[in-house]
Ligand binder design. Structure first.
Ligand code: ZN
Ligand code: ZN
Length: 291
């Protein structure tokens, strides 16, 4: 079977040419950025990588999808805006897709089913439109809480997402010039895309497991570093609705450090945590118990 046969759209899937064109343009602009280095551009890249990457891990993922803690409304809205700036789809769509991923992990209805190969779970699933999966009623069915929240419903629009990114583009260009805009928007956007997609591809393929869970999710340390802790994905699949993703002392989870800091300030409440690895009957690598 050729690679083209292996990765061709299945069922009612079709190539989404608008999205493919956008991704091609984004990657070309990201490559052009590399030839236009400036220190200000690097700072814009790092700051916006942290803000939008955390918008996905802290906001879209652990707060909105899994409701693993609560924050005051203002912080909730800021998290939604930071996630929206990552251009990975509006809140409702992202949350619905990710809940489908956990409900049908690595099976037919998983939006990025890793059994269809590394490249499908990494980027091709974004390039294929699936009219059945992406019907508004279907997305709402998986994200009723988002649809019921007036503010989040207002933010959950592709038009708003594009306008917000365009405003950031214009601001960076007007204040620091086009080179800084390239690094702060396009290079950063492409870097955060691949970091997030690696959770669906690499962290369903390479690494080790702390839990026997039945699906393909793994703990992949370098994905953990790139995604502020999301690479401890076998841990996350075993207990998806808890706030921390790391279990062993060396599994660095920067998103959890932020949630813990907010909890100590009284800004994160109802923070859900898993049982200790050593006491968890589902674990296969229990930590050594002290005598
Ligand atoms: Zn997964
Ligand atoms: Zn998840």
């Amino acid at each position: 079977m050729s690679i083209l046969d292996r990765y061709r759209p299945e069922g009612r899937e079709k190539i989404d040419f608008a999205r493919v064109t956008f991704l091609v343009v984004a990657h070309i602009l990201a490559i052009i950025s590399l030839f236009n280095f400036s220190w200000q551009g690097l700072i814009a890249f790092l700051v916006l990588y942290a803000v939008t990457g955390m918008g996905i891990t802290f906001g879209y993922h652990r707060l909105f999808t899994h409701r693993s803690f609560k924050v005051p409304k203002l912080l909730e809205v800021l998290s939604a805006l930071a996630g929206t700036l990552a251009m990975q789809g509006n809140v409702m769509r992202w949350v619905a897709h990710h809940r489908m991923h956990h409900a049908f992990s690595d099976e037919g209805q998983d939006p990025h089913n890793s059994n269809r190969g590394f490249w499908y779970s990494h980027i091709l699933w974004v390039c294929y439109a699936n009219p059945e999966r992406d019907r508004p009623e279907e997305l709402r069915r998986f994200a009723r809480d988002i649809a019921a929240d007036k503010t989040l419903r207002m933010i959950s629009s592709d038009g708003f997402m594009i306008a917000l990114q365009a405003a950031l583009c214009a601001f960076l260009w007007a204040v620091w010039g086009w080179q800084v805009m390239l690094w702060g928007v396009w290079l950063r956007m492409v870097a955060v895309y691949h970091a997030t997609w690696l959770v669906n591809s690499a962290a369903h393929k390479w690494g080790y497991r702390n839990y026997k869970d039945g699906d393909r999710a793994t703990n992949c340390w370098w994905v953990g570093l790139l995604t502020f802790g999301e690479g401890w994905h076998n841990n996350h699949h075993a207990h998806s609705n808890v706030a921390p993703a790391g279990r062993q002392w060396w599994e660095l989870d920067v998103t959890w450090l932020l949630i813990k800091s907010l909890r100590s300030l009284g800004l994160a409440t109802d923070v859900k945590t898993p049982p200790p690895l050593a006491l968890d009957p589902n674990s296969i690598r229990p930590a050594r118990r002290s005598a």
